[in-house]
Design a protein around this ligand. Structure first.
Ligand code: MTE
Ligand code: HPA
Ligand code: MOS
Length: 764
């Protein structure tokens, strides 16, 4: 007999068996309809230029050529920007970065489309291009007005404190490197309608942008999305351009059209994580207590705004990380450059904000000769006092003190610190380093109205259950968790519950699956739907058996009516025959949020997720190489719905964060061409980069807020656990000068960067 599942059950990912056999269907696996056509994009070869002429005669003579798609074919609006209308689908007269699509070639095969597009000749008149953030800042060239977050009297406190520090450092961007690239397949339907299969975190936005571009009503466009082979934020807004191009071509030719990018084009066209340049002044007391922080952040937005506004808002709201900062003066400037438009990436600016303070604390500790862990602990938020964030939200669920204490112990931080110091004394070339860094991450979209979700639950007469919700599956296990929630609510085995593809014709007006809120929002909506059906069933049974409703319960695929037990299946058949509605919608909106985007004050987050990590590295001071030797992660996923899935998110987040801050380097040449547009030149972590000793644990906790099953969102926060790998490298470098000099290490800490910092420390 099957058993129903309680909370905390590590059932396998609903698609695991399909992933491992290759049977999981991604957008490119959908059987193609007869007459399907294929797209190749012609992308700008200049960073900033007027397009003088386009010669496509050779393109049109190329084998398999069918048609072109140019700006003239865009009957609706030539725009696919998520917030501001500064993102053309196809460049109209002026190109703004190398890689920007100018027109599309449509042919009878991908190969023919690619061969044809290479034959186009475009003549440009070059305009001045800007790549440097300082240059953009000096010109006051921003994609959005600057944003300021101030609290207390930062400049006054600067003079009052015992010590002062100032400096500059940088953090690089990051390519999403989803395994499945961007793809959209548009199929014309009757009466001008369109059906679109695509890889996106935001089906509703795709629906709207396609409708606007094609001059259709939203009810004429259906977007369907079963799963992505990874999104990581790169498909929150930037799937739009490909959806729009495929749809416009399908409309123009009245034929099915597929737009699928190869890796190089994908990396050349799409935006990445925002890179940041920091300039700070900090003041602190002799014991390491931070008194004041002034920080200017130059943000690399690229050529358009995209999601820079909310990304930078989140960055500003994460500069505090886990620390009380009473006097701050933070400014963020979204610099406009002639490069890809940077976008959402796991953490959504949060990592870039928190990294700044971690870097500064690392310096403060070295100034006063303390272990950085002690300076961190001294500055942690309190539980009931010293718990107001710079944006005014009280931190009411703080567990960072006990979480870090537990990790400090389990990782044997102090004894390993001693061993490493002894090792470094006796090892002239190889040096080891250690760091413990904390994470506090705010959960909710920082645009209040996005915090809503809907779901549909159907119970069929055989007792099997189908759930559809507004979230999208990108590998993170959302469908598994939502199915578990429905199974728990109905007291049945989750094997009876199937989650379907996300579909804009089922649940409407969905938010992006982003901000780590997927299971919080959609789990609650699905629970609501399941509960409504259950309540109808209870009412039906109570009347039929003249029994008190309170005596009816659902568990283990059975329904208990006091002493009497019936099978869930039996009940469903009976209820159907009694004409009880066996399906329902469900809805959820996060309570208690408010946010003033002008003043940057309010309570934008429902709660916070916490974590900490310890990394130990060895560096080779002659080559600049490093090796991650051991990592210990302790992370707060609340009362986890599925610990196996959450542990996977925590490990993956840490490794992705470590990759961002160490080996993943984006390089553009002087003309603004991205040189690192393939795995041959862009180095993401491999299995061999995982630490040989890897301890990953969930922190025992319950969400103090009434979140779904009292769990906590876990998608993005663990990315910040990767910080400790960077600071362990910095610690190893500092050892070459007896920890007296601040290594001028920027992120990513590539071999070159490490070597330069070692040289600096040895020679100053
Ligand atoms: N995990 C996998 N395997 N693939 C992904 O693309 N995206 C991350 C995170 N974990 C991602 C992932 C990002 S950016 C977010 S916002 C969350 O998952 C979204 O999913 P959730 O809200 O359902 O946790
Ligand atoms: N994360 C992701 N996407 C968003 C957010 C956020 O915090 N706010 C608005 N869009
Ligand atoms: Mo995640 S960056 O919010 O898609």
């Amino acid at each position: 007999m099957s058993e129903s599942v309680a909370n905390n059950k590590s059932i396998p990912h609903e698609s695991a068996h399909l992933h491992v056999t290759g049977d999981a269907a991604f957008a490119d696996d959908i059987s193609q309809l007869e007459g399907t056509l294929f797209i190749a994009l012609f992308t700008s070869e200049k960073a900033h230029a007027k397009v003088i002429s386009i010669d496509t005669s050779a393109v049109e003579a190329s084998p398999g050529f069918i048609s072109l798609l140019t700006t003239e074919d865009i009957t609706g609006s030539n725009d696919c920007g998520p917030i501001i209308h500064d993102d053309p689908i196809l460049a109209d007269g002026v190109v703004s970065y190398i890689g920007q699509p100018i027109f599309a070639v449509i042919a009878d095969s991908f190969l023919n489309a690619r061969k044809a597009v290479k034959k186009a000749k475009v003549i440009y008149q070059q305009l001045d291009a800007v790549f440097d953030l300082n240059q953009a800042d000096n010109n006051k060239s921003y994609v959005l007005p600057p944003m300021m977050l101030k609290k207390g009297d930062a400049s006054g406190q600067l003079d009052a404190a015992d010590c002062r520090l100032e400096g500059q450092f940088k953090v690089g961007g990051q390519e999403h490197f989803y395994l499945e690239g961007q793809i959209a397949y548009a199929v014309p339907k009757e009466d001008g309608c369109l059906h679109l299969w695509c890889s996106t975190q935001h089906p509703t936005e795709m629906q709207h942008l396609v409708a606007q571009a094609c001059q259709l009503d939203a009810n004429q466009v259906i977007v369907e999305m079963r799963r992505m082979g990874g999104g990581f934020g790169g498909k929150e807004s930037q799937s739009a351009i490909f959806c729009c191009i495929a749809s416009l071509a399908a409309k123009k030719l009245n034929r099915p059209v597929k737009c699928r990018l190869d890796r190089d084009d994908d990396m050349l066209i799409t935006g990445k994580r925002h890179h940041f340049d920091y300039d700070y002044q900090a003041a602190f007391d002799n014991d390491g207590k931070i008194k004041s922080l002034q920080l200017k952040m130059l943000v690399g937005s690229g050529y358009s705004a995209d999601l820079s506004g909310p990304v930078v808002t989140r960055a500003l709201c994460h500069v505090d990380n886990a620390y009380t900062l009473d006097h701050v003066d933070l400014g963020a400037y979204c610099c406009k450059t002639n490069t890809q438009s940077n976008t959402a990436f796991r953490g959504f600016g949060g990592p870039q904000g928190a990294f700044a303070t971690e870097y500064i604390i690392d310096n403060i500790a070295r100034c006063i000769g303390l272990d950085a862990l002690d300076v961190r602990k001294l500055n942690f938020y309190g539980k009931t006092e010293n718990n107001i964030t710079p944006y005014g939200q009280p931190v009411e669920d703080n567990v960072i003190n006990e979480l870090v204490a537990e990790l400090e112990k389990s990782s044997e931080y102090r004894s390993r610190r001693k061993k490493i110091e002894a090792f470094n004394q006796s090892s002239p070339v190889i040096k080891k380093g250690l760091a413990l860094t904390p994470v506090k991450f705010g959960i909710s979209f920082n645009v209040v109205h996005f915090n809503q979700a809907g779901a549909l639950v159907h119970i069929y007469t055989d007792g099997s259950v189908l759930v559809n919700h507004g979230g999208t599956e990108m590998g993170q296990g959302l469908n598994t968790k939502v199915a578990q929630v429905v199974a728990i609510e109905l007291g049945i085995n989750p094997k009876r519950v199937r989650a379907t593809a996300t579909d804009t014709s089922k649940v409407a007006n969905t938010s992006a699956t982003a901000a780590s809120t997927g299971s919080d929002l959609n789990g609650k909506a699905a629970q609501d739907a399941a509960r409504l059906i259950k309540n109808r069933l209870i009412l039906f049974l109570a009347e039929k058996h003249a029994i008190d409703k309170g005596l009816i319960s659902f568990a283990n695929d059975k329904v208990h009516l006091g002493e009497k037990v019936i099978q869930f299946n039996e009940l469903i058949q009976m209820a159907y025959e009694a004409r009880v509605q066996l399906w329902s919608d469900g809805f959820y909106k996060t309570p208690g949020l408010h946010w003033d985007q002008e003043k940057l004050v309010g309570s934008p987050f429902y709660y916070y997720a916490y974590g900490a990590s310890v990394s130990e590295v060895a560096i080779d001071t002659l080559t600049g190489e490093f090796k991650l030797l051991r990592a210990d992660l302790l992370h707060d996923a609340g009362n986890s719905i599925n610990p196996a899935i959450d542990l996977g998110q925590i490990e993956g987040g840490y490794i992705q964060g470590m990759g961002w801050l160490t080996t993943e380097e984006l390089v553009w040449n002087d003309e603004g061409r991205l040189l690192t547009h393939a795995p041959s030149t862009y180095k993401i972590p491999a299995v061999s980069d995982c630490p040989a000793e890897f301890h990953v644990k969930l922190f025992k906790n319950q969400n103090v807020k009434d979140s779904i099953m009292r769990s906590k969102a876990v998608g993005e926060p663990p990315l910040l656990l990767g910080f400790s790998a960077f600071f362990a490298i910095r610690d190893a470098i500092a050892s070459v000068a007896e920890y007296t000099i601040h290594p001028p290490l920027n992120a990513p800490a590539t071999a070159e960067e490490i070597l330069n910092a070692v040289d600096y420390c040895l020679n100053s």
